[in-house]
Design a protein around this ligand. Structure first.
Ligand SMILES: Cc1cc2nc3c(=O)[nH]c(=O)nc-3n(C[C@H](O)[C@H](O)[C@H](O)COP(=O)(O)O)c2cc1C
Length: 186
């Protein structure tokens, strides 16, 4: 059975959703089953059955979208019960200004939720595709406001998300099955 990856996304104007969909495609290309769900629509059962949980948010006023924060608070009881401990976790963001407008801080905030619930972090390592142009060690980080004539997410950003999705799938495969994953994305 393939590993199950749940991508939870807060995307007011759809750009973070584009990254989420690409990340899911990258995971599926590496043998996982991946599902993208807006954070307001996530059901507890979806969280419980996932092997890996990936959080993606647009950056609003230097931090995550309020709908993602509401998602965190809605599922606080799972922390009381320790229900998410031992799953894998990862994160990505889109921001108007890439790393400068609060993007990195938001990535770290998303990881804080994962850590609090006892998930094991899957960072974006520096051999993954587009790490240099569209990544950070915390995860893919896209800028979306026009620079020059290009509005993001760019092909670089989407490729970084695909690559990270593949890596998450590989890590989840190793973790769940205790052996090598179905593909090596390095
Ligand atoms: C209310 C609001 C606040 C924003 N604040 C920031 C910010 O502080 N820093 C930044 O880099 N971009 C900021 N942006 C830009 C968004 O992060 C960017 O457009 C992002 O790609 C939107 O993602 P989405 O299309 O998934 O909603 C803001 C956008 C909105 C609507």
């Amino acid at each position: 059975m393939s590993v199950r990856i749940l991508v939870v996304v807060a995307s007011d104007t759809g750009r973070t959703r584009m990254l989420a969909d690409e990340l899911a495609l990258g995971a599926e290309a590496c043998g996982a089953s991946a599902r993208v769900v807006p954070c307001a629509e996530v059901e507890e059962a979806q969280l419980l059955e996932a092997d890996a949980l990936v959080l993606g948010s647009g950056v609003h006023m230097g931090g995550m979208e309020s709908s993602m924060r509401a998602f965190f608070e809605r599922f606080a009881p799972l922390w009381m019960q320790g229900k998410l401990i031992g799953k894998l976790g990862a994160a990505f963001v889109t921001a108007g200004n890439g790393g400068r407008g609060g993007g990195e801080l938001t990535l770290i905030s998303l990881h804080a939720f994962l850590a609090e619930h006892g998930l094991l972090m899957v960072p974006m390592h520096n051999r993954l595709d587009r790490y240099v142009t569209a990544g950070s060690h915390w995860g893919p980080l896209a800028w979306t406001n026009p620079r020059g004539k290009t509005t993001g997410p760019t092909e670089d950003h989407l490729a970084a998300a695909r690559a990270h999705g593949g890596w998450i799938a590989e890590c989840a495969g190793r973790w769940v099955r205790g052996g090598a994953g179905e593909a090596d994305s390095r």
